[in-house]
Structures are given as C-alpha cells and as structure tokens.
Design a protein around this ligand. Structure first.
Ligand SMILES: Cc1cc2nc3c(=O)[nH]c(=O)nc-3n(C[C@H](O)[C@H](O)[C@H](O)COP(=O)(O)OP(=O)(O)OC[C@H]3O[C@@H](n4cnc5c(N)ncnc54)[C@H](O)[C@@H]3O)c2cc1C
Length: 281
C-alpha cells in the first residue's frame, strides 16, 4: 500500500484551503484508517484536524451546548458542560474501549454516519444541529437531514463539520440508553435504544425514542412515541407496542446478527425501557 501524505494545517482557514484541493479530514483516525487499510477509502492526502483549536471548543449557551467536532468522546464525558445532558454521557460511555474513547471524536462519529454510531442515538434524541463550514460560508443542518443513509451524509466537498449544537431538552426527562452486543466490552451494537421520557404521576406525558443498528440510519419510531403518551409507565401497559416497534425497524443481516434477531431485540428493549423507568419513578 502506498503511504498517504498527511498535512497539518495551523488553522481553520488553511484547513478549508486543503479541503478545496481534495484533502480528506482525519481527526482521531479510528474509522478512516480502518477504511483506508480495507481499500474502501483512497484519499489523495489527509488533513489532520484533531488539534485545530477552532474545532476543540465546548461553548455553553442558554439553550444548549455547542461542541467542537474534534473533541474526543472522553473529553466530552469529563467536561462539566455535558452534565445537563445525561443521555449524551450514557451513549458516549458505551463507545469502544478507553483507548477508542480517548482518540475518536464526536465529529468523526457523525461523519462516519454508521447506523451503529452510539453518539448518534443521543444526537437524534436531542434533535442536534450540525454546523458545517467551507470557504463558501456556514450552514446548519438538523442531524436527521445531515445523515442521509448508511455511511452517507450531506457533507459537500470542501466542507467540514465545525461543531454540533445540542439543545437542552425542556423540563427534566428521564434518560435511558441500552446497547445490546455480542459481548460486554468493545462492542458494536447489534441493536440499541435510547430514550427521553417525560412522565407525571406514573404516566407518560411525552417520549422520544431512537434506535441504533436496526435501520439504514438511526430510527425515531414516531408512531410508538405517540402511542406511549398517556400510558402508565409499566411493561404490561406497553406490551402491545412491542410488535409495532419491531415492525417499524428495517434491519440488515450481517456478521453480528440476523435481521430477525435485531427486530426482536428492538422490541424487547422497549420493555427494558419501561422496566427501568418504573424503578426510577
Ligand atoms: C476498535 C474500534 C471500536 C469502535 N467502537 C465503536 C463503538 O462502540 N461505537 C461507535 O459509535 N463507534 C465505534 N468505533 C468507531 C469510531 O471509533 C467512532 O466512529 C469515532 O467517533 C470516529 O471518530 P474519529 O475522530 O476517529 O474519526 P476519523 O477516523 O478521524 O474520521 C472518520 C470520518 O469522518 C471524517 N471526519 C472526521 N472529522 C470530521 C470533521 N470535523 N468534518 C468533516 N469530516 C470529518 C473523516 O474524513 C472520515 O471520513 C470503533 C472503532 C474501532 C476501531
């Protein structure tokens, strides 16, 4: 394999010039180096953005936090600014291993756009906005518009993800994240479910659900979210929604699990959510 040149720009402006010339960003390298080794990516040269100060800021705003794309999962987990977003922390904690969390970045997870991307489950629940920048200017896209398919995004050539805005949810929803894999550590999800649930007097007032690894992108099963409103928080009261949730999924069979198994696990995760909420309430 021919070595690929790597450049290290001093700032964002220089980065954008390199991207215009056809360079491909590399942050932690935990996805792109694997893709290059497998021959799936053949960039003419790599542009190292992992230490760009413009991409390494976490800004606390009134309505939420704006996290720089080059912040690592570990940095986000230990930053005071993510305290008000427990769902983000729950999801990030399950990524890879300590070494992967210390190297991989949130921007890399978003641009890789894997249906198994763990931070993405939290980003869909929080209805995050992706801030993109190129020499032509800036634009913001909601996460579900930025990700257009499995490993596909709306990123244009010459563009970079600068940051991701995560709004604080209203009130105090309970948050839940559960990832099912083939083993306990260093595992890519066979299926995962994240949820934000607002409840009052033992009944659901509002629910947001997001599933990983059971569809081409992270899935928000809107009909189940709506059907939960007004129901008691108990597995018995949610039982009839298990087949509805399974039917909303559109999984693939791969090395890790069959489509049928993934569908089944997704349904069971809904009951695990009800059980957990019942004990929390
Ligand atoms: C052993 C192992 C275990 C893993 N386990 C998990 C897991 O449990 N859960 C999970 O979700 N992921 C997992 N991953 C995948 C990976 O670690 C994450 O997706 C990580 O967040 C990628 O970030 P990175 O900085 O390393 O990305 P890179 O590899 O540097 O980049 C990935 C892609 O994003 C692009 N890119 C990066 N930053 C930007 C930016 N700011 N703007 C535009 N494009 C950009 C690159 O050009 C490339 O196409 C695992 C990977 C490995 C190797």
């Amino acid at each position: 394999m021919r070595p690929i040149p790597v450049v290290k720009p001093k700032d964002l402006a220089e980065t954008l010039r390199y991207l215009e010339e056809g360079g491909k960003p590399i942050a932690g390298g935990t996805d792109i180096l694997v893709a290059i080794r497998k021959g799936l990516e053949k960039p003419p040269f790599l542009v190292y953005i992992g230490e760009l100060s413009e991409l390494r800021v976490l800004e606390e705003k009134e309505e939420g936090i704006e996290v720089g794309a080059a912040l690592t999962h570990l940095e986000l987990l230990s930053h005071r600014g993510t305290e008000r977003l427990p769902i983000l922390r729950q999801a990030l904690r399950t990524i890879g291993s300590p070494a992967i969390r210390a190297t991989g970045t949130i921007g890399g997870n978003v641009v890789t756009a894997s249906p198994a991307g763990d931070s993405l489950v939290a980003l869909y629940l929080l209805e995050a906005q992706v801030r993109l920048v190129s020499q032509a200017g800036e634009r913001m896209l909601p996460i579900h518009e930025f990700i257009t398919g499995p490993r596909k995004t709306a990123l244009k050539s010459g563009e970079i993800v600068r940051s991701i805005f995560l709004p604080y949810p209203e009130g105090e929803p309970l948050s839940f994240f559960r990832k099912v894999g083939r083993r306990r550590a260093l595992v890519i999800a066979v299926a995962s479910l994240g949820a934000l649930v607002w409840s009052k007097n033992g009944r659901v007032e509002k629910a947001r659900l997001a599933l990983g690894s059971v569809a081409p992108t992270i899935l928000r099963p809107r009909e189940v979210e709506e059907a939960l409103v007004g129901r008691p928080v108990s597995p018995e009261a949610w039982e009839d929604l298990v087949p509805v949730l399974s039917a909303a999924t559109n999984p693939i069979s791969d090395l890790r699990a069959s489509a049928e198994y993934r569908r089944k696990v997704a349904g069971r995760l809904l009951l695990a959510l009800a059980q957990t909420l019942q004990t929390m309430a």
